[in-house]
Design a binder for this molecule. Structure first.
Ligand code: SF4
Length: 341
């Protein structure tokens, strides 16, 4: 698929005090994209559209260039200690995406140009924990790879972490646009993960993202560039024929990776879950979705802040976990399974 190009761009005036802000302004002017001003990236007004749904769709192709003012990083579990904030929002339309609720009425895509401040905050966290390793996740609030061809912020983060002793970086993507990252000086300290799923899940629930084949071609390039590689299978979803569907996924994965050197390949496994507020939003934004959000088939798990989630019932979760772990052992006996959640 073609790399993401916004239809409309907003700038916080202060963003132009930073070299990346200037560079982006010139780039979008050359591309003849409409540019507007916004006082704050948290309050963007005037995104076009007559209905809420139209405004939502337009917001997903709107880019906002701003300053990250809150420099305290969120903690991120289970795959890293901190979330490094390079961007917020995504142009994809995955029906199950949790950003729909966490970003609420601000689904537009924000990128931050004060990278030096963000990196010096990351350095503080690394120094506090040294000589323990500190892992940063760059894809908690966006699919950063899909946006990075515009900003190269991720590339800079990879090189920043590559130059540290105790820092590590990780992120996950459903996009194939990795070419500019292949020559980054990562020093083996960035783990590049691709999100993969059964054909059924990709076809029905992941519009606006790269195809499985394109993701795998990107994975091969990344492995050749010496990055540690991983796959996240998420959300693991019990559709009709899911056992064959996931078997086929691992068959295709192993075919596509034949001959590629993947020394410490990792898998992370995340079962499908949803909250009540998420269900309401999904049904409004993707009214024809086939996503099964029937609470009665699920187990309620109490969560932080009083919002619990619906996960698979214990027996189903166990079947999912055992089946996928069995497939991984069969096709990728050397790989490490980092967690099932
Ligand atoms: S690609 Fe990731 S971040 Fe983007 S919509 Fe899909 S699940 Fe959400």
């Amino acid at each position: 698929m073609k790399p993401f190009i916004p239809q409309l761009v907003y700038f916080e005036p202060e963003a132009l005090n930073y070299p990346l802000g200037q560079e982006l302004k010139q780039k979008f002017e050359k591309m003849n994209i409409e540019i507007r001003e916004t006082t704050s990236h948290n309050q963007v007004r005037g995104i076009p559209g007559e209905t809420e749904l139209q405004r939502y769709r337009n917001a997903k192709s709107t880019l906002v260039v701003g300053i990250r003012r809150t420099l305290k990083f969120d903690t991120s579990k289970p795959s890293a200690e901190y979330a490094i904030p390079l961007a917020t929002g995504c142009m994809g339309h995955c029906h199950y995406c949790y950003l729909q609720t966490t970003l609420g009425s601000k689904p537009y895509i924000r990128v931050y140009v004060n990278l030096d401040e963000i990196f010096s905050q990351a350095k503080k966290y690394i120094d506090e924990r040294a000589p323990e390793i500190t892992r940063f996740e760059a894809a908690c609030t966006s699919d950063i790879v899909g946006i990075d061809h515009l900003t190269h912020s991720l590339k800079k983060a990879i090189e920043f972490i590559g130059a540290t002793e105790y820092g590590r970086l990780r992120f996950v993507t459903k996009y194939e646009h990795v070419d500019h990252l292949l020559d980054a000086k990562h020093n083996g300290k960035t783990r590049f993960r691709f999100s993969v799923n059964s054909r059924y899940v990709i076809k029905h629930f992941e519009p606006g993202t790269s195809s499985f084949e394109a993701r795998l071609e990107a994975a091969r390039k990344v492995a050749h560039a010496g990055y540690p590689l991983g796959f996240i299978v998420a959300p693991i979803y019990m559709h009709d024929g899911w056992e064959e569907g996931y078997l086929e996924l691992f068959e295709r994965l192993s075919e596509q990776l034949a001959g590629v050197n993947t020394p410490d390949l990792t898998f992370e496994l995340i079962q499908h879950r949803f909250t009540k507020p998420a269900k309401a939003v999904i049904q409004k934004r993707y009214p024809k979705t086939k996503l099964d959000l029937d609470e009665s088939k699920r187990k309620y798990k109490w969560g932080r802040y009083g919002i619990g989630k619906y996960v698979y019932q214990d027996d189903d979760a166990k079947r999912l976990e055992e089946t996928l772990k069995h497939y991984i052992a069969q096709f990728f006996p050397e790989a490490e399974i980092q967690y099932f959640t």
